[in-house]
Design a protein around this ligand. Structure first.
Ligand code: SF4
Length: 389
């Protein structure tokens, strides 16, 4: 049965005069589906990955992106807070987590976390993105106090806190169900959840890259419960390590299936693997071709996700900018102090100013829209902002 896509046309963008062209015959039936607004199958997704006609794949993704958002391109003014890098999971994909007594290990006292939250920027932030390691000793109360303390000090700032992996870990520490853990965190002030920790759902791959994390079905189940409780989240996929195209397609389709059920995902963020300083450092970095194709395939397969983000920190600002013509409609934000991918060798700046993000967007011929975490437009003066609700 043919299924039409869940998110329908948005903006009036004048359609380009040129029509779809390809030298890859596998893409023709896929183009017919995309132009008719029909859902792509797993086999279609595999054909997209297999194609070297990046311009044709990108044309299709751009068509969908413009159908949904016109030229609008979203970004936010946010600050990352990584309260600890101490972690008991020892994922092979990771250069950030440390043993408690290892060089470079740190854990912020609550006051330190509040000071960090207030520092490093001159324009009011609309979001704190809060993720950290799975610390063996931090108490459940620490997390509640961290969130409540941030909410009390910065009531206007949206708290996007704790990956599904952290939620499952906290539930164990609190001796609560996942649902009750999320309820307590929501009551303390968590407004939504980031999308990290999904990596690749396939168990063979997960066993090698992050065998101490919750498995793929637990990640999805935690997201489902969060969505049921009214907490929106994002979703990620870490690509460019030992996974194959089938693993990527399986990952995307599992996310799409859950999104059909809950509608709770806001944004999909493909994350390029950074191998430096990880136990997988023998693997090569992703290439621009792979990065751009991943953005495009994500946009085409995830027809029920409103947004696909080109996370400039991982892709580099240059590739992220190009991605705005290959399916992406969001660049993430100012970030201010990125630690996780810089420990893994990222050479991008640790933060970017609002005007630099806007320049990347306008030079790509797009219309910059500052958003809050829930994609409501933000208007601002130098030190204050208003969210259109
Ligand atoms: S990826 Fe996350 S859970 Fe895994 S070791 Fe790093 S910080 Fe810990």
């Amino acid at each position: 049965m043919q299924q039409t896509t869940g998110i329908q046309a948005h903006a009036a963008v004048e359609r380009p005069l040129h029509s779809f062209q390809t030298d890859d015959p596998r893409l023709r039936p896929i183009a017919d589906k995309v132009l008719a607004g029909e859902r792509l199958s797993g086999d279609d997704a595999l054909a997209l990955y297999a194609s070297h006609d990046i311009l044709a794949v990108g044309w299709l993704a751009n068509h969908v992106r413009e159908r949904m958002h016109g030229h609008k391109t979203f970004f936010n003014v946010n600050r990352h807070i990584n309260h600890t890098n101490v972690c008991v999971a020892y994922c092979r994909l990771c250069a950030f987590g440390r043993k408690k007594d290892a060089p470079g290990a740190y854990t912020m006292a609550l006051e330190q976390a509040f000071e960090t939250a207030a520092s490093g920027y001159s324009e009011a932030v609309t979001e704190f993105h809060i993720v950290g390691g799975l610390h063996p000793d931090l108490t459940w109360q620490y997390y509640l106090d961290l969130i409540a303390g941030l909410k009390q000090r910065f009531p206007q700032v949206h708290l996007k806190a704790f990956t599904m992996v952290e939620i499952a870990f906290l539930a164990k520490r609190a001796k609560l169900s996942i649902r009750d853990t999320l309820v307590a965190l929501k009551e303390a002030g968590v407004d939504s959840l980031p999308g990290g920790g999904a990596e690749i759902f396939n168990e063979r791959v997960r066993h090698i890259i992050c065998d101490h994390k919750i498995d793929g079905s637990q990640w999805l189940e935690t997201a489902r419960i969060a969505h049921e409780l009214g907490l929106k989240s994002n979703a990620t996929m870490l690509y460019g390590h030992i996974e194959n195209d089938e693993d990527r397609v399986d990952h995307l389709i599992k996310l799409r299936t859950l999104q059909d059920e809950t509608g709770g995902f806001q944004t999909f963020i493909p994350l390029a693997f950074h191998p430096d300083n990880t136990p997988l450092s023998h693997l090569p970095w992703t290439t621009g071709f792979t990065d751009i194709k991943q953005i495009a395939v994500s946009r085409l397969v995830l027809d029920n996700f409103a947004h696909v983000k080109a996370y400039w920190q991982m892709l580099t600002p240059k590739i992220a900018q190009i991605s705005l013509r290959f399916g992406a409609d969001d660049l993430d934000g100012t970030v201010i102090e990125e630690k996780i991918y810089h420990d893994a060798g990222a050479e991008t700046p640790q933060g970017m100013r609002r005007q630099d993000l806007m320049r990347l967007i306008t030079e790509a011929g797009r219309e910059p829209v500052e958003r809050d975490t829930l994609y409501r437009p933000v208007t601002r003066t130098e030190t204050t902002f208003t969210v259109a609700v």
